[in-house]
Write a protein that binds this ligand. Structure first.
Ligand code: NAD
Length: 301
């Protein structure tokens, strides 16, 4: 394991699960592989992001994805649609992106305006280009333990755990949060890694009684300070997916003093966040390689 983390004046105990460093490595690997593959095939992997409206955070996220694609040797395209876009128009654009042979990955930036159903929009995208891993087909593959696109944030959590050699098989994992985006998929991935998994949520009474039993805790609740040191078994691994804005600062779901009890701990920022985008880039490269490896279906534009 790597560096140790010094938390809030306490003694330095927990190993730092350094997502920033690992994401940098993954991005460099993607870049090297994408460039070599592009030289061989003449194809540059391309990610298309669909942005409906001007939600300020979404505008920044999409801009960052464009920048990160360029740095990794991938192309990107952003389809910017007005907030009042109708369902029919959005669905037609998604269909066109699915047929576009120059596009290998499609992501629908969420949230969508309230009149548009995000789940239905994702279900409209070509599952072969589902680099976000949120299409019902991808989710079905995950549930069945079959190969397919995995959602980027939970995949980033698993990469962080594997890279730091955190033992998983036979260990008790507790996931806090049951969303489709994070909590449920990470639970399935930990199960596939042979953990005994417990999923907690907003209706779980006495959360600490459950988390104290865990060898690995994954926090994905979006509640700052939810996990306090007394809720952690000494030596346990804590992965904090939460991103919460408190004043001018971004914090996770764990009280930073958890690092004094945990054996390994992912910081916010600099933990899971950077891994998410690195996984998106890797999924996009893999989508391009898979699409170009098979003959085009009839009717593609
Ligand atoms: P969500 O709001 O869809 O789900 C939150 C979950 O937490 C729910 O299942 C809810 O039951 C549970 N929860 C809420 N309060 C709780 C409590 N007091 N005790 C136990 N469980 C509780 O959120 P989400 O989309 O799953 O995201 C979760 C967090 O992860 C957010 O902070 C989000 O910003 C962050 N996030 C980070 C990344 C990243 O790249 N690092 C990506 C996606 C989400």
């Amino acid at each position: 394991m790597g560096k140790r983390l010094r938390a809030g004046g306490g003694c330095a105990l927990a190993v730092l699960l350094d997502g920033r460093a690992l994401a940098k490595r993954v991005r460099a690997q993607v870049k090297a592989e994408a460039e070599a593959w592009s030289r061989r095939t003449g194809v540059v992997p391309c990610l298309a992001a669909v942005l409906v409206g001007e939600d300020p955070a979404s505008v920044v996220y999409v801009r960052n994805k464009e920048r990160d694609c360029a740095r990794a040797g991938l192309r990107s395209r952003v389809l910017r649609l007005p907030a009042q876009t109708s369902w029919e128009t959005l669905a037609a654009h998604l269909d066109a992106l699915g047929r576009d042979r120059e596009v290998h990955g499609i992501l629908v930036q969420q949230p969508l305006p309230p009149h548009l159903d995000a789940g239905a929009a994702v279900a409209c995208t070509d599952p072969r280009k589902d680099v976000d891993g949120l299409h019902p087909l991808s989710q079905g593959h995950l549930m069945r333990g079959e190969p397919g696109f995995l959602p980027c944030t939970p995949l980033g959590v698993m990469e962080l755990l594997r890279h730091h050699d955190v033992p998983l098989a036979g260990r008790r994992a507790v996931v806090v949060g049951r969303s489709t985006l994070v909590g449920k998929p990470i639970s399935l991935m930990l199960l596939a890694a042979h953990c005994t998994v417990t999923v907690c949520h907003s209706r779980t009474p006495d959360l600490g009684a459950v988390t104290r039993l865990a060898d690995v805790v994954v926090l994905a609740a979006g509640r700052p300070g939810l996990l306090t040191p007394d809720m952690v078994r000494p030596g346990a691994t804590v992965v904090d997916v939460g991103i919460n804005r408190v004043g001018d600062t971004l914090v996770g779901d764990a009280d930073p003093a958890v690092a004094n009890v945990a054996g390994a701990f992912s910081p916010v920022p600099g933990g899971v966040g950077p891994m998410t985008i690195a996984m998106l880039l890797r999924n996009t490269l893999q989508a391009a390689q898979a699409l170009e490896a098979v003959p085009a279906a009839g009717g593609g534009g």
